[in-house]
Design a protein around this ligand. Structure first.
Ligand code: SF4
Ligand code: SF4
Length: 350
C-alpha cells in the first residue's frame, strides 16, 4: 500500500472481511438460553431464531424481516453506492480471502510445486469448512462436527457438505468476479436503485484529459495553472481515446497541455474485471477500489495530488445543482421502516 488513504481503505476491507467471516462461521455455534441462536432444523420443522422457536406456520415475521433487509440494502445502495459489493458480499469476501491465502503461501525460496500444493490445500480446507458451516445452519453444528470422526454423518449431510464445499472451491477458483458480471441479480438492478447523487467510481476527465506520457517535472494541471477542462471538451477527449477506430488517430499534445492521466494503464491492470474506468461508470464495476489504489500510487510517483479516480456522484462530476428531494432514498427508507415495524410486531407476538 502506498499512502494513508489506501491503507485506510485496506483496513476497512480487511475489517469487513473478518466481520463477515466471523458472523458466518460463528453464528451456528452460538446459543441462547441453552438453544441454538440460529438453526433451521429441517427434521424438526422448526426454526430457532434468537431465542424464539418458530413453526412453519409462524414464519410470516421472517418474511417481513427478509423484505426489511432487502429494503435496507436498497437504501444503503441509493445513498452510498455499491458498498455491499466492495466490502461485504460473500463473493467479494471469499475472493479476497483466496487472494490473501495465495499471497501468504507465495514462498519465494520454496519449490514452486510445494507452494502451489500448500495454496491448494489451504483453499480446499477453507472450502470444506465453509460447506460444514453452511450445513450447520440446518443441522446442529456440534452434532455435525462430532460426526466427522468417527464418520457417522448421514448421506444427505455428506452430500450437502460436499456440494457446498465444491461450489465454494470452484466458484472462487474459476468464476470469481464473473459471478458479479454475469450472474448476480443485484448488479443488474443497480440503475433502478441509484440516482445522479449516488456515489460511484469516476475518473475525473476534466483533470485527467488529454491523457498521455510525459517527461517528469511539469507538475499537475493545477500546479501549472492549466486548470480543469470544461465537461464537454473532457468528454470529447475520453470519447476519442476510447473509440480510436471511429475517432481516428489521437492528436499529440505538448507536455504542458496534457492532463494528469499519464496513460500508464495501472488502473486497467488492477481491475479484476478488466474495466477501463476512464471510459465512464458502468454497472459491471463492483467498486472494489483497486483502480483508485493503483491510480493514487501513480499520482504519488508523479508528485501529483491523488484522487484522479475517485468515489463521487455523477452530479458532482458534472457540476449539477442539487434540486428537489431524492425520491429513491426516501422510498427505500419508508419501505425499510414499514417492513421493520411489521417484523417487530410479528416477532413480539410470536
Ligand atoms: S478496479 Fe475499479 S473499475 Fe474495476 S471493478 Fe474495481 S472499482 Fe470497478
Ligand atoms: S492509473 Fe491513473 S494515471 Fe494511470 S492510466 Fe489509470 S487514470 Fe491514468
Amino acid at each position: 500500500m502506498h499512502n494513508d488513504t489506501a491503507r485506510h481503505r485496506q483496513t476497512l476491507r480487511l475489517s469487513a472481511m473478518l466481520l463477515m467471516l466471523g458472523l458466518f462461521h460463528g453464528l451456528p455455534w452460538l446459543r441462547w438460553n441453552g438453544m441454538p441462536l440460529l438453526l433451521f432444523n429441517i427434521d424438526a420443522r422448526q426454526l430457532h431464531f434468537f431465542g424464539l422457536q418458530l413453526r412453519p406456520e409462524g414464519m410470516l415475521p421472517l418474511l417481513w424481516l427478509a423484505l426489511a433487509a432487502a429494503a435496507v440494502l436498497c437504501l444503503v445502495t441509493s445513498v452510498g453506492g455499491r458498498l455491499w459489493c466492495g466490502y461485504a458480499c460473500p463473493q467479494t469476501v471469499l475472493t479476497r480471502l483466496h487472494r490473501g491465502l495465495q499471497r501468504l503461501f507465495a514462498f519465494k525460496d520454496a519449490p514452486r510445486w510445494l507452494a502451489a500444493t500448500m495454496r491448494h490445500a489451504a483453499w480446499a480446507l477453507v472450502a470444506a469448512w465453509t460447506g460444514i458451516t453452511f450445513v450447520g445452519y440446518f443441522v446442529p453444528i456440534r452434532e455435525l462436527v462430532g460426526g466427522l470422526y468417527p464418520f457417522t454423518l448421514s448421506g444427505w449431510e455428506t452430500f450437502w457438505i460436499g456440494f457446498y464445499a465444491l461450489a465454494t472451491w470452484a466458484n472462487v477458483l474459476y468464476l470469481h468476479e464473473q459471478v458479479c458480471t454475469y450472474l448476480c441479480p443485484y448488479s443488474r438492478v443497480q440503475p433502478l436503485l441509484t440516482d445522479a447523487f449516488t456515489p460511484t467510481l469516476h475518473y475525473d476527465a476534466r483533470r485527467g484529459e488529454p491523457r498521455g506520457p510525459r517527461a517528469p517535472g511539469n507538475g499537475s494541471v493545477m500546479q501549472r495553472a492549466r486548470g480543469l477542462l470544461d465537461p464537454m471538451t473532457a468528454r470529447d477527449y475520453v470519447f476519442r481515446a476510447s473509440h480510436p477506430t471511429s475517432a481516428g488517430a489521437r492528436a499529440t499534445f505538448k507536455d504542458t497541455h496534457l492532463g494528469d492521466c499519464t496513460d500508464c494503464g495501472d488502473c486497467v491492470h488492477a481491475c479484476p474485471i478488466g474495466l477501463d474506468i476512464r471510459n465512464g461508470p458502468t454497472t459491471s464495476c463492483i467498486e472494489c477500489n483497486a483502480c483508485i489504489d493503483a491510480c493514487d500510487a501513480s499520482m504519488q510517483r508523479n508528485a501529483f495530488p491523488e484522487g484522479l479516480i475517485l468515489r463521487t456522484s455523477s452530479a458532482r462530476i458534472n457540476q449539477l445543482p442539487r434540486t428537489g428531494m431524492r425520491t429513491k432514498p426516501l422510498l427505500f427508507a419508508a419501505l425499510s421502516l414499514l417492513f421493520l415495524t411489521l417484523a417487530a410486531a410479528g416477532l413480539a407476538s410470536a
